[in-house]
Design a protein around this ligand. Structure first.
Ligand code: ZN
Length: 146
């Protein structure tokens, strides 16, 4: 990202609940003061430059302007877990928690025994996540064969 676009993002992001009538960034419809989103296309008054650009592209390509994509860490985890079945999801989440918890434990561990346990937690957590994905891909290839 360039300095200019970062500056613009900040500038646009500060325009929450505009106190004046404003023009939609995407469809250029006029909206009354205090409106959070465009009455024509639903695009929010508050958006970053990147969000405006992607919404404009979506609009010109004929697609409906998609709501702002949730780019939080939780959403990306949910996306990563989507192809997995229920028990594999549980295994992957459990393994991820063990992996993450083990890494934190490793940092705060005082004794050698604690370090050893935290390493064991990280390894088994990683193993659980790897197992969940390995068996999922094995199932997928088995399905395509038969
Ligand atoms: Zn609009």
């Amino acid at each position: 990202m360039t300095v200019e676009s970062g500056f613009l993002d900040n500038l646009v992001s500060q325009q929450m609940h505009p106190l004046y009538s404003w023009q939609c960034f995407v469809c250029e419809a006029s909206n009354p003061a205090g409106a959070d989103a465009c009455h024509e296309c639903g695009f929010p008054a508050k958006a970053t430059g990147r969000e405006i650009a992607s919404a404009r592209i979506a609009r010109t390509s004929g697609a409906k302007p998609s709501p702002i994509k949730d780019t939080s860490a939780f959403a990306s985890i949910a996306e990563a877990l989507r192809p997995l079945s229920i028990w594999r999801k549980a295994l992957a989440i459990l393994g991820g928690a063990l992996l993450f918890g083990g890494m934190i434990w490793f940092k705060i561990a005082f004794s050698l025994a604690e370090v050893a346990w935290s390493i064991a937690a990280v390894i088994s957590g990683f193993g659980a996540v790897a197992l969940a994905y390995a068996t999922a891909s094995a199932e997928c290839s088995a399905k395509s064969d038969g």
